[in-house]
Design a binder for this molecule. Structure first.
Ligand code: AMP
Length: 573
């Protein structure tokens, strides 16, 4: 572990991702098979394969006692060192005295040997487990020859390397070390749930043989929001598979003949809360991993999210509750089928595999219905489908590129979501600016405000939503209605705006949509909006009709309570 420690120190010393990757790659390349797998894992901060969900269970106390016994560390000196570093590994490392004991345990601490010790520590159970763990830790420590080595051995035990190395970089390093395609390494890593096994496979050119480890969750693929009411330029790039956006709980099912797991967004297993779904999954032939949304459905209609609340986090579900709030699993993706890992198979094909698999399934399992959308479909078609989804009780639409792979953990452009806003706010435009790119000659960026008593309080800025024709008209209007300099000066102060924005007569009302409201020091209102966009001009409204700061507070509170419920849901059973 001497070389591991040196490598980590070098990684911590550079901010460059490329250098970090190169350092890890060089180190991994020099290892033999026995050391390669554990060492690759150590870089991720978890000594065991992720898929095993194993933990070391050595506490602070055990580590401190073991170091004290090995190197005669004084308690007070340690406390001081810990306070100044906040990291046990960094605090303890400098106390290391190379052992003079050349006996049985003085052999070199290789990654493989450390791994064997860590396994023994994790396996220790029963009455004397604590003591046994301490002795095993001592054994590892006494084999360390210097501070760096000991520091990183302890850091592996505490589960945090703190050297600015994200898992993604380790994946890239494995690819670089053995000259493999990073995508192939990433794919194998999400399948196996163990970077150690993947590093070995990369070394021996066997990445395509890495297959899925069932019951180890794969990170969810995420969608990028697109603005409601825009021209939907994003959709012109491809052909799409369009699904309803269900307002439920995301869940990933892993089914093998022995077991069914159902993972929530935070990757907790929530199977116990949804027995009807688990039963339906259990009846499927063979093994599979599926992605979808859990929703409450009664009499064929999706119920609003609040009904589902009653089912969240229940470990035992009463028969009454089961019949009051029946849950269905609407499945929209197949990630694996028996030994086949499907992430790189184009979406269209994954969907046909899914349809086959669910053909004979019980009512609790539904393949999400979808329609195709051509690149040139146009906004009208999009709106029609959106309204149809709303009429079915769903939130909006999700567009998925029909030929896209499943990219775990990515919020990319292959999935786009269009949803109905939490609410919209009618705001008054107080200042305008020139846009960028093709909008550099028009006033297209608007700062808007809500009412605060008789005053206006700025809450955000929007760049998109209006058509080119509308923007041209508005530019003319704003040019003609700039505030005179004296008034403008006072308004800058009052509204707390940055110079450079053109202040205009505060009379134009626009309807603003957004994703969420946040508390923020950015604007005088004390709030800011995420992804604000203009839904439309409201020439029918006067500034006196604009929404108030109190209304913003209400929507904010509503959103928080809803988020709390969702967090509970995600926390799992
Ligand atoms: P949001 O929570 O607004 O970021 O939207 C993303 C979420 O929409 C996902 O995490 C899913 O839980 C949910 N969702 C609902 N229907 C679908 C669908 N058909 N495809 C993908 N995600 C969906």
């Amino acid at each position: 572990m001497i070389a591991f420690g040196r490598t980590c120190a070098a990684i911590a010393a550079t901010a460059s991702k490329l250098e970090k990757i190169a350092l890890v790659a060089e180190y991994l390349r020099g290892l033999d098979d026995g050391d390669l797998a554990p060492a690759a894992r150590y870089f991720t901060g978890n000594p065991f394969p992720q898929a095993q969900k194993r933990s070391l269970s050595v506490g602070w106390r055990t580590l401190v006692e073991a170091t004290a016994a090995t190197w005669n560390v004084d308690d007070t000196a340690l406390a001081v060192a810990y306070r100044s570093t906040g990291d046990l590994g960094a605090a303890l490392g400098p106390f290391v005295r190379p052992s003079h004991d050349l006996g049985l345990f003085r052999d070199i601490l290789t990654p493989a040997r450390l791994y064997a010790l860590l396994n023994e520590i994790a396996d220790a159970t029963g009455k004397n487990a604590q003591k046994r763990r301490r002795i095993l830790c001592e054994r590892a420590f006494s084999a360390c020859t210097d501070a760096l080595e000991a520091t990183y051995v302890i850091k592996i035990m505490t589960g945090e390397l703190r050297i600015g190395l994200r898992d993604g970089l380790v994946v890239d390093a494995v690819a670089q070390a053995f000259e493999r395609d990073p995508r192939a390494v990433r794919r194998a890593a999400s399948a196996a749930g163990d970077l150690g096994a993947v590093a070995l496979a990369a070394k021996h050119d066997a990445l395509d043989q890495v297959t899925i480890a069932y019951h180890a969750p794969i990170a969810f693929m995420l969608a990028t929001p697109i603005a409601y009411g825009s021209e939907y330029g994003e959709l012109a790039a491809a052909t799409w598979l369009v699904e309803d956006k269900y307002d439920g709980i995301r869940a990933q099912a892993h089914v093998t003949p022995e077991r069914v797991s159902l993972f929530s967004r935070t990757l907790n297993d929530v199977a116990a809360s949804y027995p009807e779904v688990v039963e339906a999954l259990r009846a499927l032939p063979g093994s599979c991993a599926l992605d979808g949304e859990l929703v409450a459905v009664r009499d064929g209609r999706v119920l609003p999210f609040r009904y589902l609340q009653a089912r969240l986090q229940r470990k035992v579900v009463s028969p009454e509750l089961l019949s009051d709030v029946p849950v269905r699993y609407i499945v929209f993706d197949a990630l694996a089928r028996n030994d086949e890992f499907l992430l790189d198979v184009p979406l269209e094909e994954r969907r046909s595999r899914l349809a086959e698999l669910l053909a004979g399934a019980s009512d609790a399992l539904v393949a999400a219905p979808w329609t195709a959308l051509e690149a040139d479909a146009g906004a009208e078609v999009v709106h029609e489908r959106f309204e149809a989804s709303r009429a079915r009780g769903n939130e909006g639409l999700v567009f998925k590129r029909s030929n896209s792979p499943y990219t775990p953990g990515r919020r990319g452009k292959a999935w786009l979501k269009l949803k109905r806003e939490l609410a919209t706010l009618d705001c008054v435009i107080v200042a305008v600016e020139r846009g960028h790119g093709r909008r550099v000659n028009v006033l297209s960026d608007y700062t808007f405000a809500v009412r605060n008593g008789d005053e206006l309080a700025v809450i955000g800025k929007a760049y998109s939503g209006l058509t080119d024709v509308e923007i041209a008209e508005m530019t003319e209007w704003f040019e003609a209605h700039r505030l005179p300099p004296a008034e403008a000066r006072a308004a800058y102060e009052r509204l707390d705006l940055k110079r450079g924005e053109i202040l205009v007569e505060p009379t134009v009302v626009v309807e603003i949509a957004f994703d969420i409201i946040q508390r923020s020091e950015l604007h005088a209102s004390g709030y800011s909006l995420r992804f604000p966009r203009i839904v439309r001009l409201r020439p029918d409204k006067l500034p006196e009709d604009a929404d108030t700061i109190e209304r913003v507070g209400e929507i904010y509170a509503e959103m928080l309570s809803r988020e709390a419920v969702e967090d509970d849901a995600r926390g799992g059973a």
